[in-house]
Design a protein around this ligand. Sequence first.
Ligand code: ADP
Length: 161
Amino acid sequence: MKRIAICPGTFDPITNGHIDIVMRSLSIFDEIVVAVAPNPKKTPLFKIEERMDLIGESFKDLERVTIESFDGLLVDYVKQKGGVAIVRGLRAISDFEYELQMALMNRRLDSVIETVFMMPSEEYSFLTSTIIKEIASFGGSVKGLVPEIVEKALSEVFKLK
Ligand code: ADP
């Protein structure tokens, strides 16, 4: 049976840190579903369709990676997809408290689904979508930190602003 893992997030936009986590997960799981949350609370820069397109482009050569959007309870979505695990990235220690809280709450909601944490390569350890948007908004270079397609999308957004 195929072992499917769900990699949920806002991905506003996808960075090389996210990609690093998905690539590592592919060595453990047969299939990764990148599940994009609309997350209106965070008032994303990119619409959900744009975020999904950018992720799709970034993984276009990888058959074992699929991109979907989801709403509602994550554990329900994982069950619906037949997933065995939730994959999250752990960066600097600042991620730990929130991630532990989420993982334990999700376990309480469904004890069968495990949360797996992956550590990114050091060079992406301090990389966040927020910092990328901030740099790009001031015209700074984000080369090497995001896929080229994201670089282009960011420069278009901030040119228009
Ligand atoms: P969320 O709003 O759910 O935190 P994000 O898009 O910010 O969504 O992050 C999705 C997942 O990717 C989270 O598990 C986050 O820790 C992880 N992640 C984001 N950036 C990085 C990075 N640079 N290195 C490793 N993991 C990352």
